[in-house]
Design a protein around this ligand. Sequence first.
Ligand SMILES: Cc1cc2nc3c(=O)[nH]c(=O)nc-3n(C[C@H](O)[C@H](O)[C@H](O)COP(=O)(O)OP(=O)(O)OC[C@H]3O[C@@H](n4cnc5c(N)ncnc54)[C@H](O)[C@@H]3O)c2cc1C
Length: 393
Amino acid sequence: MPAIKFRGVDFLQFDSLLTDEERLVRDTTRQFIEDNLVPIIEECNRAGRFPRELVKPMGELGFFGASLKGYGCAGMGNVEYGLMNQELERGDSGVRSFVSVQSGLCMYPIYEFGSEEQKHKWLPAMQKGEKLGCFGLTEPDFGSNPGGMRTRARKVGNEYVINGEKMWITSGSIADVAIIWAKVESENDRIRGFLVETDRPGFTADDIHGKWSLRASVTSGLSLQDVHVPESNVLPKSGGLKSPLMCLNQARYGIAWGAVGAAMACYDCALQYSLLRKQWHDQPIASHQLVQDKLTWMISEITKAQLLVLQVGRLKDAGKVEPQHISMAKRNNVWMALECARLSRDILGANGIADDYPVMRHLMNLESVKTYEGTHDIHSLIIAQSVTGIDGF
Ligand SMILES: Cc1cc2nc3c(=O)[nH]c(=O)nc-3n(C[C@H](O)[C@H](O)[C@H](O)COP(=O)(O)OP(=O)(O)OC[C@H]3O[C@@H](n4cnc5c(N)ncnc54)[C@H](O)[C@@H]3O)c2cc1C
Protein backbone atom coordinates (compact mmCIF):
# COMPACT_ATOMS: atom_id res chain seq x y z
CA MET A 1 0.00 0.00 0.00
CA PRO A 2 1.58 3.35 -1.01
CA ALA A 3 2.14 6.04 1.64
CA ILE A 4 -0.92 8.19 2.30
CA LYS A 5 -0.38 11.95 2.40
CA PHE A 6 -2.87 14.38 3.97
CA ARG A 7 -4.79 16.47 1.40
CA GLY A 8 -6.99 18.70 3.57
CA VAL A 9 -10.76 18.34 4.02
CA ASP A 10 -13.32 20.84 2.68
CA PHE A 11 -16.74 19.52 1.65
CA LEU A 12 -18.85 22.68 1.91
CA GLN A 13 -16.51 25.39 0.63
CA PHE A 14 -15.54 26.14 4.23
CA ASP A 15 -12.47 27.97 2.91
CA SER A 16 -14.73 30.61 1.38
CA LEU A 17 -15.77 31.61 4.93
CA LEU A 18 -12.16 32.41 5.86
CA THR A 19 -10.14 35.56 5.27
CA ASP A 20 -6.84 35.50 3.36
CA GLU A 21 -4.97 35.92 6.68
CA GLU A 22 -6.83 33.01 8.24
CA ARG A 23 -6.02 30.74 5.29
CA LEU A 24 -2.39 31.84 5.43
CA VAL A 25 -2.07 30.88 9.12
CA ARG A 26 -3.73 27.52 8.40
CA ASP A 27 -1.50 26.80 5.40
CA THR A 28 1.71 27.90 7.13
CA THR A 29 0.98 25.69 10.14
CA ARG A 30 0.00 22.77 7.88
CA GLN A 31 3.28 23.01 6.00
CA PHE A 32 5.29 23.25 9.21
CA ILE A 33 3.59 20.13 10.59
CA GLU A 34 4.00 18.24 7.32
CA ASP A 35 7.71 19.06 7.10
CA ASN A 36 8.70 18.80 10.76
CA LEU A 37 6.29 16.74 12.83
CA VAL A 38 4.82 14.13 10.47
CA PRO A 39 8.24 12.58 9.67
CA ILE A 40 9.07 12.00 13.37
CA ILE A 41 5.77 11.66 15.22
CA GLU A 42 5.39 7.89 15.05
CA GLU A 43 8.92 7.43 16.43
CA CYS A 44 8.17 9.96 19.21
CA ASN A 45 4.92 8.20 20.01
CA ARG A 46 6.59 4.78 20.20
CA ALA A 47 9.39 6.09 22.39
CA GLY A 48 7.11 8.24 24.56
CA ARG A 49 9.25 11.24 23.59
CA PHE A 50 8.17 14.88 23.42
CA PRO A 51 9.79 16.43 20.28
CA ARG A 52 11.48 19.24 22.16
CA GLU A 53 13.53 20.17 19.09
CA LEU A 54 10.35 21.71 17.64
CA VAL A 55 9.88 24.21 20.49
CA LYS A 56 12.23 26.87 19.12
CA PRO A 57 10.94 26.74 15.52
CA MET A 58 7.35 26.85 16.80
CA GLY A 59 8.25 29.95 18.81
CA GLU A 60 9.77 31.56 15.72
CA LEU A 61 6.52 30.96 13.82
CA GLY A 62 4.58 32.73 16.60
CA PHE A 63 2.66 29.65 17.83
CA PHE A 64 3.02 30.49 21.56
CA GLY A 65 0.59 33.01 23.04
CA ALA A 66 -0.52 33.53 19.45
CA SER A 67 -3.80 35.27 20.29
CA LEU A 68 -2.25 37.66 22.83
CA LYS A 69 -1.28 41.22 21.92
CA GLY A 70 2.08 42.81 22.70
CA TYR A 71 5.10 41.27 24.52
CA GLY A 72 6.27 39.81 21.19
CA CYS A 73 3.05 37.80 20.67
CA ALA A 74 1.48 37.37 17.24
CA GLY A 75 -1.88 38.99 18.12
CA MET A 76 -3.85 36.54 15.95
CA GLY A 77 -7.61 36.67 15.67
CA ASN A 78 -9.49 33.80 17.29
CA VAL A 79 -10.23 31.98 14.02
CA GLU A 80 -6.57 32.19 12.98
CA TYR A 81 -5.63 30.83 16.41
CA GLY A 82 -8.20 28.05 16.02
CA LEU A 83 -6.99 27.02 12.57
CA MET A 84 -3.44 26.87 13.91
CA ASN A 85 -4.65 24.47 16.61
CA GLN A 86 -6.49 22.41 14.01
CA GLU A 87 -3.30 21.88 12.04
CA LEU A 88 -1.18 21.20 15.13
CA GLU A 89 -3.57 18.48 16.25
CA ARG A 90 -3.79 17.07 12.73
CA GLY A 91 -0.13 16.33 13.45
CA ASP A 92 -0.57 15.13 17.03
CA SER A 93 -2.81 15.94 20.02
CA GLY A 94 0.22 15.82 22.34
CA VAL A 95 2.05 18.56 20.47
CA ARG A 96 -1.13 20.63 20.30
CA SER A 97 -1.53 20.06 24.07
CA PHE A 98 1.96 21.43 24.66
CA VAL A 99 1.14 24.59 22.69
CA SER A 100 -2.27 24.96 24.41
CA VAL A 101 -0.70 24.72 27.86
CA GLN A 102 2.11 27.13 27.04
CA SER A 103 -0.36 29.61 25.52
CA GLY A 104 -3.85 29.29 27.00
CA LEU A 105 -2.97 27.95 30.43
CA CYS A 106 0.32 29.74 31.22
CA MET A 107 0.84 32.85 29.11
CA TYR A 108 -2.87 33.76 29.22
CA PRO A 109 -3.13 33.88 33.06
CA ILE A 110 0.08 35.93 33.26
CA TYR A 111 -1.37 38.27 30.61
CA GLU A 112 -4.82 38.45 32.22
CA PHE A 113 -4.06 38.35 35.97
CA GLY A 114 -0.36 39.31 36.14
CA SER A 115 1.42 42.56 37.08
CA GLU A 116 3.26 44.53 34.39
CA GLU A 117 6.54 43.32 35.92
CA GLN A 118 5.45 39.66 35.72
CA LYS A 119 4.32 40.12 32.11
CA HIS A 120 7.65 41.65 31.05
CA LYS A 121 9.60 38.99 32.88
CA TRP A 122 7.79 35.96 31.44
CA LEU A 123 5.77 36.65 28.29
CA PRO A 124 8.53 37.56 25.76
CA ALA A 125 10.64 34.57 26.85
CA MET A 126 7.66 32.21 26.78
CA GLN A 127 6.62 33.52 23.37
CA LYS A 128 10.02 32.52 22.00
CA GLY A 129 9.89 29.13 23.75
CA GLU A 130 12.97 30.02 25.82
CA LYS A 131 10.92 29.51 28.99
CA LEU A 132 8.28 26.80 29.29
CA GLY A 133 5.24 26.73 31.55
CA CYS A 134 2.85 24.24 33.13
CA PHE A 135 -0.56 24.67 34.76
CA GLY A 136 -1.18 22.98 38.08
CA LEU A 137 -4.88 22.76 38.89
CA THR A 138 -5.80 19.05 39.02
CA GLU A 139 -4.89 17.09 42.16
CA PRO A 140 -4.80 13.35 42.87
CA ASP A 141 -8.21 13.58 44.61
CA PHE A 142 -9.83 16.42 42.67
CA GLY A 143 -10.20 16.68 38.88
CA SER A 144 -13.70 17.61 37.71
CA ASN A 145 -14.26 19.49 40.95
CA PRO A 146 -11.12 21.63 41.32
CA GLY A 147 -12.79 23.69 44.06
CA GLY A 148 -12.07 20.76 46.38
CA MET A 149 -8.31 21.27 46.02
CA ARG A 150 -6.12 20.71 49.09
CA THR A 151 -3.08 22.77 47.99
CA ARG A 152 -2.66 25.68 50.36
CA ALA A 153 -0.60 28.88 50.53
CA ARG A 154 0.23 30.37 53.93
CA LYS A 155 1.38 33.97 54.25
CA VAL A 156 4.58 34.29 56.32
CA GLY A 157 6.05 37.82 56.35
CA ASN A 158 6.65 38.89 52.73
CA GLU A 159 6.41 35.35 51.42
CA TYR A 160 3.92 32.60 50.79
CA VAL A 161 4.66 29.01 51.75
CA ILE A 162 2.91 26.52 49.44
CA ASN A 163 2.16 22.86 50.21
CA GLY A 164 0.26 20.39 48.04
CA GLU A 165 0.22 17.81 45.24
CA LYS A 166 -0.81 18.31 41.62
CA MET A 167 -1.46 15.45 39.21
CA TRP A 168 -1.67 14.91 35.45
CA ILE A 169 0.22 18.11 34.69
CA THR A 170 1.20 18.57 31.04
CA SER A 171 4.85 19.67 30.62
CA GLY A 172 5.35 19.45 34.42
CA SER A 173 8.95 18.21 34.40
CA ILE A 174 10.14 20.38 31.48
CA ALA A 175 8.61 23.64 32.73
CA ASP A 176 10.62 26.58 34.06
CA VAL A 177 7.56 28.03 35.76
CA ALA A 178 4.42 26.41 37.13
CA ILE A 179 1.16 28.30 37.53
CA ILE A 180 0.01 26.76 40.80
CA TRP A 181 -3.56 27.26 41.98
CA ALA A 182 -3.85 27.18 45.77
CA LYS A 183 -6.22 28.17 48.55
CA VAL A 184 -4.86 31.12 50.54
CA GLU A 185 -5.39 30.56 54.24
CA SER A 186 -5.35 34.24 55.21
CA GLU A 187 -8.01 35.04 52.57
CA ASN A 188 -10.67 32.59 53.73
CA ASP A 189 -9.34 29.86 51.42
CA ARG A 190 -9.81 32.00 48.31
CA ILE A 191 -8.16 30.33 45.29
CA ARG A 192 -5.31 32.32 43.77
CA GLY A 193 -2.68 31.71 41.11
CA PHE A 194 1.05 31.66 41.97
CA LEU A 195 4.07 31.78 39.70
CA VAL A 196 6.34 29.06 41.05
CA GLU A 197 9.79 28.78 39.48
CA THR A 198 10.41 25.04 39.24
CA ASP A 199 13.95 25.25 40.66
CA ARG A 200 12.68 26.45 44.06
CA PRO A 201 13.57 24.14 46.97
CA GLY A 202 10.69 21.81 47.82
CA PHE A 203 9.31 21.65 44.26
CA THR A 204 9.58 18.31 42.46
CA ALA A 205 8.06 16.97 39.23
CA ASP A 206 7.91 13.26 38.38
CA ASP A 207 6.73 12.00 35.04
CA ILE A 208 3.79 9.64 34.72
CA HIS A 209 4.86 6.60 32.71
CA GLY A 210 2.78 3.86 31.11
CA LYS A 211 0.39 6.21 29.30
CA TRP A 212 -1.32 4.74 26.21
CA SER A 213 -2.37 8.23 25.15
CA LEU A 214 -0.57 11.54 24.45
CA ARG A 215 2.70 9.66 24.42
CA ALA A 216 4.49 12.51 22.63
CA SER A 217 3.59 14.87 25.49
CA VAL A 218 5.13 15.08 28.96
CA THR A 219 2.64 14.47 31.81
CA SER A 220 3.83 14.80 35.41
CA GLY A 221 2.86 14.81 39.04
CA LEU A 222 4.01 17.85 41.03
CA SER A 223 4.84 17.94 44.71
CA LEU A 224 5.21 21.18 46.67
CA GLN A 225 6.68 20.78 50.15
CA ASP A 226 7.08 24.09 51.98
CA VAL A 227 7.88 25.95 48.75
CA HIS A 228 8.62 29.61 49.55
CA VAL A 229 7.70 32.25 46.97
CA PRO A 230 7.87 36.03 47.38
CA GLU A 231 4.64 38.03 47.58
CA SER A 232 5.45 39.38 44.13
CA ASN A 233 4.81 35.89 42.67
CA VAL A 234 1.05 36.00 43.30
CA LEU A 235 -0.91 36.78 40.15
CA PRO A 236 -2.44 39.97 41.61
CA LYS A 237 -5.67 39.98 39.61
CA SER A 238 -6.45 36.28 40.20
CA GLY A 239 -9.15 35.51 42.73
CA GLY A 240 -11.59 32.63 43.13
CA LEU A 241 -12.22 29.54 41.03
CA LYS A 242 -13.36 31.79 38.20
CA SER A 243 -9.70 32.63 37.41
CA PRO A 244 -8.51 29.11 36.49
CA LEU A 245 -11.84 28.47 34.75
CA MET A 246 -11.19 31.51 32.53
CA CYS A 247 -7.87 29.90 31.53
CA LEU A 248 -9.61 26.60 30.81
CA ASN A 249 -12.07 28.38 28.53
CA GLN A 250 -9.17 29.66 26.44
CA ALA A 251 -7.64 26.21 26.13
CA ARG A 252 -10.98 24.46 25.52
CA TYR A 253 -11.62 26.75 22.60
CA GLY A 254 -8.33 25.66 20.99
CA ILE A 255 -9.16 22.01 21.68
CA ALA A 256 -12.48 22.31 19.87
CA TRP A 257 -10.55 23.30 16.72
CA GLY A 258 -7.78 20.81 17.37
CA ALA A 259 -10.24 17.91 17.43
CA VAL A 260 -11.35 18.84 13.91
CA GLY A 261 -7.75 18.43 12.81
CA ALA A 262 -7.45 14.96 14.36
CA ALA A 263 -10.76 13.96 12.74
CA MET A 264 -9.59 15.24 9.34
CA ALA A 265 -6.37 13.24 9.60
CA CYS A 266 -8.29 10.02 10.34
CA TYR A 267 -11.03 10.58 7.75
CA ASP A 268 -8.66 11.50 4.93
CA CYS A 269 -6.47 8.51 5.69
CA ALA A 270 -9.49 6.15 5.71
CA LEU A 271 -10.87 7.66 2.51
CA GLN A 272 -7.62 7.23 0.62
CA TYR A 273 -7.08 3.75 2.04
CA SER A 274 -10.59 2.62 1.10
CA LEU A 275 -10.05 3.73 -2.50
CA LEU A 276 -6.80 1.76 -2.74
CA ARG A 277 -7.69 -1.39 -0.82
CA LYS A 278 -9.38 -4.15 -2.83
CA GLN A 279 -11.03 -7.32 -1.49
CA TRP A 280 -13.90 -8.44 -3.77
CA HIS A 281 -14.26 -8.50 -7.57
CA ASP A 282 -11.16 -6.32 -7.92
CA GLN A 283 -13.18 -3.37 -6.56
CA PRO A 284 -11.98 -0.96 -3.80
CA ILE A 285 -13.59 -1.39 -0.40
CA ALA A 286 -14.88 2.20 -0.88
CA SER A 287 -17.42 0.72 -3.29
CA HIS A 288 -19.26 -1.19 -0.53
CA GLN A 289 -22.25 0.59 0.95
CA LEU A 290 -21.32 -0.07 4.57
CA VAL A 291 -17.91 1.56 4.06
CA GLN A 292 -19.56 4.42 2.18
CA ASP A 293 -21.93 4.97 5.10
CA LYS A 294 -18.96 5.36 7.47
CA LEU A 295 -17.27 7.87 5.13
CA THR A 296 -20.55 9.79 4.81
CA TRP A 297 -20.96 9.95 8.58
CA MET A 298 -17.45 11.27 9.00
CA ILE A 299 -17.52 13.95 6.33
CA SER A 300 -20.95 15.15 7.53
CA GLU A 301 -19.84 15.40 11.16
CA ILE A 302 -16.51 17.05 10.31
CA THR A 303 -18.34 19.64 8.22
CA LYS A 304 -20.82 20.40 11.02
CA ALA A 305 -17.96 20.62 13.54
CA GLN A 306 -16.09 23.11 11.34
CA LEU A 307 -19.14 25.37 11.15
CA LEU A 308 -19.79 25.11 14.89
CA VAL A 309 -16.29 26.10 15.90
CA LEU A 310 -16.08 28.84 13.28
CA GLN A 311 -19.20 30.48 14.72
CA VAL A 312 -17.79 30.17 18.26
CA GLY A 313 -14.58 31.81 16.99
CA ARG A 314 -16.48 34.66 15.35
CA LEU A 315 -18.44 35.21 18.60
CA LYS A 316 -15.17 35.20 20.52
CA ASP A 317 -13.72 37.84 18.20
CA ALA A 318 -16.85 39.94 18.76
CA GLY A 319 -16.54 39.56 22.56
CA LYS A 320 -19.88 37.72 22.67
CA VAL A 321 -18.83 34.15 23.42
CA GLU A 322 -20.22 32.43 26.55
CA PRO A 323 -18.63 29.47 28.37
CA GLN A 324 -21.52 27.20 27.29
CA HIS A 325 -20.75 27.96 23.61
CA ILE A 326 -17.17 26.79 24.11
CA SER A 327 -18.42 23.76 26.05
CA MET A 328 -20.66 22.77 23.14
CA ALA A 329 -17.79 23.06 20.66
CA LYS A 330 -15.34 21.09 22.87
CA ARG A 331 -17.88 18.40 23.76
CA ASN A 332 -19.22 17.88 20.27
CA ASN A 333 -15.98 18.10 18.35
CA VAL A 334 -13.93 15.80 20.57
CA TRP A 335 -16.72 13.19 20.59
CA MET A 336 -17.01 13.53 16.82
CA ALA A 337 -13.25 13.14 16.36
CA LEU A 338 -13.13 10.05 18.56
CA GLU A 339 -15.97 8.47 16.56
CA CYS A 340 -14.13 9.33 13.31
CA ALA A 341 -10.96 7.74 14.67
CA ARG A 342 -12.88 4.56 15.59
CA LEU A 343 -14.63 4.34 12.21
CA SER A 344 -11.35 5.01 10.35
CA ARG A 345 -9.55 2.37 12.35
CA ASP A 346 -12.27 -0.07 11.38
CA ILE A 347 -11.98 0.82 7.66
CA LEU A 348 -8.22 0.19 7.79
CA GLY A 349 -8.76 -3.34 9.11
CA ALA A 350 -5.62 -4.83 10.65
CA ASN A 351 -3.54 -1.94 9.29
CA GLY A 352 -5.67 0.30 11.51
CA ILE A 353 -3.84 -0.81 14.64
CA ALA A 354 -0.33 -0.23 13.24
CA ASP A 355 1.63 3.02 13.40
CA ASP A 356 2.31 2.97 9.66
CA TYR A 357 -0.91 5.01 9.70
CA PRO A 358 -1.77 7.83 12.14
CA VAL A 359 -5.25 6.58 13.04
CA MET A 360 -4.69 4.47 16.17
CA ARG A 361 -2.41 7.17 17.64
CA HIS A 362 -5.13 9.77 17.14
CA LEU A 363 -7.72 7.40 18.61
CA MET A 364 -5.68 6.85 21.76
CA ASN A 365 -4.79 10.55 22.06
CA LEU A 366 -8.43 11.59 21.76
CA GLU A 367 -9.33 9.46 24.79
CA SER A 368 -7.31 11.95 26.88
CA VAL A 369 -8.69 14.94 25.03
CA LYS A 370 -12.20 13.71 25.88
CA THR A 371 -11.27 13.68 29.58
CA TYR A 372 -9.12 16.74 30.09
CA GLU A 373 -10.19 20.38 30.15
CA GLY A 374 -13.59 19.30 31.46
CA THR A 375 -14.78 15.80 30.64
CA HIS A 376 -17.45 15.21 27.99
CA ASP A 377 -20.06 14.82 30.75
CA ILE A 378 -18.97 17.92 32.67
CA HIS A 379 -19.55 19.91 29.45
CA SER A 380 -23.03 18.32 29.23
CA LEU A 381 -23.72 19.77 32.68
CA ILE A 382 -22.43 23.24 31.70
CA ILE A 383 -24.62 23.31 28.57
CA ALA A 384 -27.65 21.93 30.43
CA GLN A 385 -27.21 24.46 33.24
CA SER A 386 -27.27 27.28 30.69
CA VAL A 387 -30.55 26.10 29.13
CA THR A 388 -32.39 24.89 32.25
CA GLY A 389 -30.98 27.25 34.83
CA ILE A 390 -30.50 24.18 37.05
CA ASP A 391 -27.08 23.17 38.44
CA GLY A 392 -26.75 19.42 37.81
CA PHE A 393 -23.28 18.96 39.27
C1 LIG B 1 -2.94 13.54 29.48
C2 LIG B 1 -3.55 14.49 30.44
C3 LIG B 1 -3.03 15.77 30.60
C4 LIG B 1 -3.59 16.64 31.55
N1 LIG B 1 -3.02 17.89 31.73
C5 LIG B 1 -3.45 18.67 32.77
C6 LIG B 1 -2.78 19.91 33.07
O1 LIG B 1 -1.85 20.32 32.37
N2 LIG B 1 -3.17 20.60 34.17
C7 LIG B 1 -4.19 20.18 34.98
O2 LIG B 1 -4.49 20.87 35.96
N3 LIG B 1 -4.88 19.03 34.71
C8 LIG B 1 -4.51 18.26 33.62
N4 LIG B 1 -5.16 17.07 33.35
C9 LIG B 1 -6.21 16.61 34.26
C10 LIG B 1 -7.62 16.66 33.68
O3 LIG B 1 -8.06 17.98 33.55
C11 LIG B 1 -8.53 15.82 34.58
O4 LIG B 1 -8.18 14.46 34.36
C12 LIG B 1 -10.02 16.04 34.32
O5 LIG B 1 -10.42 17.29 34.80
C13 LIG B 1 -10.89 14.96 34.94
O6 LIG B 1 -10.57 14.78 36.28
P1 LIG B 1 -10.31 13.30 36.87
O7 LIG B 1 -9.37 12.60 35.96
O8 LIG B 1 -9.94 13.47 38.30
O9 LIG B 1 -11.70 12.57 36.73
P2 LIG B 1 -12.92 12.65 37.77
O10 LIG B 1 -13.25 14.06 38.06
O11 LIG B 1 -12.67 11.73 38.90
O12 LIG B 1 -14.09 12.06 36.86
C14 LIG B 1 -14.24 10.67 36.62
C15 LIG B 1 -15.56 10.44 35.89
O13 LIG B 1 -16.65 10.92 36.69
C16 LIG B 1 -17.43 11.83 35.92
N5 LIG B 1 -17.98 12.88 36.78
C17 LIG B 1 -17.33 13.65 37.70
N6 LIG B 1 -18.17 14.51 38.27
C18 LIG B 1 -19.39 14.30 37.71
C19 LIG B 1 -20.69 14.89 37.87
N7 LIG B 1 -20.92 15.91 38.72
N8 LIG B 1 -21.70 14.41 37.11
C20 LIG B 1 -21.48 13.42 36.22
N9 LIG B 1 -20.30 12.83 36.01
C21 LIG B 1 -19.26 13.27 36.75
C22 LIG B 1 -16.48 12.40 34.88
O14 LIG B 1 -17.18 12.92 33.74
C23 LIG B 1 -15.63 11.18 34.55
O15 LIG B 1 -16.30 10.40 33.61
C24 LIG B 1 -4.68 16.22 32.35
C25 LIG B 1 -5.23 14.94 32.15
C26 LIG B 1 -4.69 14.08 31.20
C27 LIG B 1 -5.29 12.71 31.02
